[in-house]
Design a protein around this ligand. Structure first.
Ligand code: HEC
Length: 440
């Protein structure tokens, strides 16, 4: 899978309303409702919806834990929640229910706005809820095994960094079932995303690449391996991006890591003016019992896309039928800079379309959408992914609105990938899953 170079998320554009300016002067003088305060009204929202990322050691740029830390950001916070840029969540609320949806209610948004507009008062510290206890280190239970990059990757202060790989042997002497998995970069502020692949011992993928040390595709001497770096059929263990939650599958479901596998880290680092080094770790919690179902990551791709210059809302679709019964668990759309919307549908036999997810796509955030209720799908179910692209000059991320755009791994090219996780019988692997009944 490919993720590409990115720019920092810029929430600005509209004028930011700093506390103490016009809005504060115009503050509501009516006697009815007192203005919200930090301790009483705002802090509980921050604890619940923001501090998972906005605390030290986590990917967001500033902690929002104390009043002193939060006060200078009041105007930006109000604007970010009003624009629904924060917390990052891009699913159209009309479709589907997702267990990792942390969006704010309309009332919470109003509370934060009113607080900022009225001058962002602290209020009475006695009203504050107890500080939220965070598990520093892991958000999954203590891992059974931590697989860490043996050599740190040096990240420069400036410029773009080519995808960096590190192949790490697991030394597993027996097959393992992984029920929970979490990626922890040591420099999260520099990580745009990471993908961890499972490379079984019989896989030929990147066999000539160095092991236990960082490398990039352009450092590989064999052109075929250079190309392969970006294309693999290896199963994904998980994808990490700011905002992505660890994977925890229900009891009875797990990912399979064969004995002797390597984990291949594919890291996309971004620079932010300060050089750093990163050693990313993956924590694995093994299933306590052999699972009934194996989780695999599949994809609906359309490699044939051709987006005309200037097109504002160009639609690309791909359909596939499930070869066997499966339980649908989560959806993870992927496009590049011209991505605008992405949708997953079931097309029923009578032609009716049931939308599972529609994402108003935001290139800077690559999120997985975990179904609140896993969905049993029968063999033959028609799944459809539809993507819309904005190749016009109105798209602020568009590097060149005058170009025809086709598939490719560069930011200036496009992708149309609908990843989805399904659970299938534990004894079946990905290849067996694709054998349709009656075909062998
Ligand atoms: C899933 C992680 C995550 C959650 C949850 C989250 N944020 Fe953020 N937030 C970030 C990251 C990462 C950035 C920096 C984005 C960048 O620079 O690319 C950010 C940026 C911001 C900014 C902009 C800072 C600037 O430089 O202008 C504000 C304001 C903000 N967040 C407020 C909030 C508030 C308020 C909440 C809760 C209602 C929240 N965030 C929840 C990760 C998160």
């Amino acid at each position: 899978m490919l993720f590409v170079a990115t720019l920092p998320l810029v929430l600005m554009g509209a004028a930011w309303q700093a506390p103490g300016t016009a809005a504060a002067r115009e503050k509501n003088n009516s006697t009815a409702v007192p203005a919200p305060t930090f301790y009483k009204d705002v802090l509980p929202i921050l604890q619940d919806k923001c501090q998972s990322c906005h605390r030290s050691g986590e990917p967001a740029p500033m902690p929002l834990v104390t009043y002193e830390q939060t006060r200078p950001w009041a105007g930006k916070i109000a604007a970010a929640v009003d624009m629904k840029m924060m917390p990052p969540w891009f699913a159209d609320p009309r479709y589907g229910k997702f267990s990792n949806d942390e969006s704010l209610s309309a009332e919470q948004i109003r509370t934060i706005g009113a607080w900022a507009d009225a001058g962002a008062a602290a209020g009475d510290a006695g009203d504050a809820p107890a500080p939220r206890q965070w598990n520093e280190g892991w958000n999954i239970p203590q891992p059974d095994v931590v697989v860490k990059m043996p050599k740190p990757v040096q990240i420069p202060a400036h410029g773009e960094v080519e995808y960096t790989y590190e192949i790490v042997p697991t030394h597993f002497t027996e097959d393992r079932w992984v029920q929970m998995v979490e990626v922890r970069p040591s420099s999260p502020a520099h990580v745009h995303h990471g993908v961890v692949y499972i490379r079984p011992p019989d896989s030929a993928w990147l066999r000539h690449a160095p092991v236990s040390e960082p490398f990039t595709a352009s450092m590989l001497s064999d052109p075929e391996e250079r190309r392969q770096a970006h294309e693999t059929t290896s199963d994904l263990l998980l994808v990490y991006a700011p905002g992505s939650a660890p994977d925890r599958w229900a009891d009875g479901m797990a990912k399979f890591v064969p004995a002797g596998s390597d984990l291949v880290f594919q890291m996309h680092y971004t620079t932010n003016g300060e050089a750093a080094s990163d050693e990313t770790s993956v924590g694995l919690v093994f299933a306590k019992k052999p699972p009934k179902q194996r989780v695999v990551t599949l994809q609906l791709n359309n490699h044939a896309l051709m987006i005309p210059p200037g097109a504002e809302d160009f639609r690309v679709e791909v359909q596939g039928t499930l070869p066997n019964d499966a339980t649908l668990l989560s959806l993870f759309p992927h496009m590049h800079l011209r991505g605008k919307r992405f949708e997953y549908d079931i097309v029923h036999d009578d032609g009716s379309v049931e939308t599972l997810l529609r994402v108003n796509y935001h290139f800077h955030w690559q999120l997985s959408y975990k179904l609140a209720e896993p969905r049993e799908l029968k063999a033959g179910t028609k799944l459809r992914a539809v993507a819309w692209y904005d190749n016009s000059k109105n798209n602020p991320h568009n590097p060149d609105p005058d170009k025809w755009v086709t598939w490719g791994d560069q930011t200036s090219q496009e992708m149309m990938v609908g990843f989805f996780d399904v659970a299938i019988p534990a004894g079946m692997d990905k290849w067996q899953f694709f054998v349709r009944r009656g075909e062998n």
